[in-house]
Design a protein around this ligand. Structure first.
Ligand SMILES: [Zn+2]
Length: 75
């Protein structure tokens, strides 16, 4: 059984598409632990945003900072 610490350490791996045993263990933990659910959701959002900001060259530093700020306020 994974602990919260394991989940936070392996969340990136999980989002990248982990192997089956880890995926199931993560899902099982996330089903029971709202803290880790929130953590993984935020990590996914942040990664998604980072990839978008990287794609959009016209997006200025201040614009991307605003987006990050908005995301932070949501939590
Ligand atoms: Zn947890």
């Amino acid at each position: 059984m994974l602990k919260c610490k394991d989940v936070s350490q392996r969340a990136s791996e999980y989002l990248d598409g982990a192997d089956r045993p880890l995926k199931w263990q993560m899902r099982l933990h996330l089903a029971m632990c709202s803290n880790c659910r929130r953590f993984v959701r935020h990590l996914a959002l942040t990664r998604d945003l980072a990839s978008k900001v990287g794609d959009v060259e016209s997006c200025s530093q201040s614009q991307s900072r605003k987006i990050v700020q908005k995301l932070r306020n949501k939590s």
